[in-house]
Design a protein around this ligand. Structure first.
Ligand SMILES: Nc1ncnc2c1ncn2[C@@H]1O[C@H](COP(=O)(O)OP(=O)(O)OP(=O)(O)O)[C@@H](O)[C@H]1O
Ligand SMILES: [Mg+2]
Length: 335
């Protein structure tokens, strides 16, 4: 289904407003995006989970001459074998049990548009062969069909794994890797571009205010400081989800440290209860000696053997830790 060009313009504008650049590296990524969008080259986007790979793929599609046609995402990770073939190629009525009518696959749905192959590293080897064959001439048959169908699609793939490494491990076909990887784009994790955090926080709070129809709260500098100290393993998705949670669960007009959920604040707890390493080692040693002496009814020779130390060292430690051997013999009181 073709979209109207005024609607495309609206989508282009809103997705660009949604996508925060902030850092130099993101500006240079955007430059590459603007250059490749015009051409029908395959793009491989890599980056950790939550860094914005799908959002970037949509931007490439919307900036491309294909923008009026569909953007079809496929998650390669959840499909294998026949299910994958069915999802991509579609099927004819009666092709297999349960095929009650003809169904188009993603290749046909994405015709003249873009196919977004997400988590491409998870594509099973057998399906990689099917896919490669399809890429030869963009022709395929629906399952149970005889007609050869030709489509015109652009492929953008994404992965959070190092695909080259997967090739080395023989989990990903090298020929397919080179076909998909014509233009690689790497999105760095949020921890490597933390300077964008204040801007993103502001952006997501604005979004929350619109989506949840509540006034936007102000955020205290101490919270931003904490956000800058945190490493965000879930990247932008984690930041966005956290802010949504804070926004929904608080009616205060200020977000301070008190408004942070306890599971997040926990990352910054002062380690009061953690003693220094020497103390931890001493406590563990004392506990182990007491334990062994108790089990061996106070036999120091056997205890030294069990602990793999000389009787002299054991005597020294018993003295050092002020261990009362007789007391260690008493069974623990049952309460
Ligand atoms: N630069 C950005 N500016 C604003 N929002 C962003 C940006 N990058 C990502 N997001 C938002 O973060 C969330 C995660 O983005 P997206 O789904 O594109 O990540 P992903 O890399 O595909 O993650 P995954 O590997 O887990 O599938 C989305 O809600 C997206 O809108
Ligand atoms: Mg994704």
């Amino acid at each position: 289904m073709k979209l109207q060009s005024s609607y495309i313009k609206h989508l282009q504008k809103s997705i660009m407003q949604e996508f925060i650049l902030g850092s130099g590296v993101m500006h240079s990524i955007m430059k590459t995006v603007n250059q490749v969008a015009k051409y029908d080259v395959n793009v491989l986007i890599t980056g950790e989970s939550g860094t914005g790979k799908e959002l970037l793929a949509k931007i490439i599609h919307l900036q491309s001459p294909r923008s009026e046609n569909p953007f079809v995402p496929v998650n390669s990770g959840v499909l294998s074998g026949l299910m994958f073939e069915d999802k991509l190629f579609g099927h004819e009525k009666g092709a297999f049990t349960g095929a009650i009518r003809q169904e188009k696959g993603c290749f046909e749905m994405a015709d003249k548009g873009t196919l977004f192959l997400d988590e491409v590293s998870e594509l099973p080897l057998k399906n990689q062969v099917d896919f490669l064959r399809f890429l030869e001439d963009f022709c395929f048959q629906r399952i149970g069909g005889n007609d050869l169908i030709e489509v015109d699609i652009r492929i953008i793939s994404a992965t959070n794994k190092d695909l080259k490494d997967e090739v080395k491990k023989k989990l990903f076909r090298e020929d397919l890797f080179y076909r998909l990887h014509a233009v690689p784009i790497y999105i760095p994790p949020l921890r490597d571009r933390k300077s964008v955090i204040p801007k993103m926080v502001d952006h997501f709070l604005n979004q929350c205010a619109v989506n949840f129809k509540k006034p936007k709260p102000t955020i205290k500098p101490a919270v931003i400081e904490l956000f800058l100290r945190y490493d965000w393993p879930g990247n932008i998705r984690e930041l966005k989800n956290l802010l949504e949670r804070i926004f929904i669960l608080n009616d205060d007009d200020v977000i301070g440290l008190a408004q942070l959920p306890s599971d997040f604040a926990w990352h910054f707890k002062e380690p009061h209860c953690i003693k220094d390493l020497e103390e931890i080692r001493k406590n563990a040693e004392k506990k182990a000696i007491l334990d062994v002496l108790y089990r061996l009814a106070g036999n120091k020779e056997k205890a030294a053997k069990t602990l793999n130390i000389s009787p002299r060292t054991l005597r020294h430690k018993i003295q050092k830790y002020n261990i009362k051997v007789e007391r260690s013999l008493k069974p623990f009181k049952k309460v």
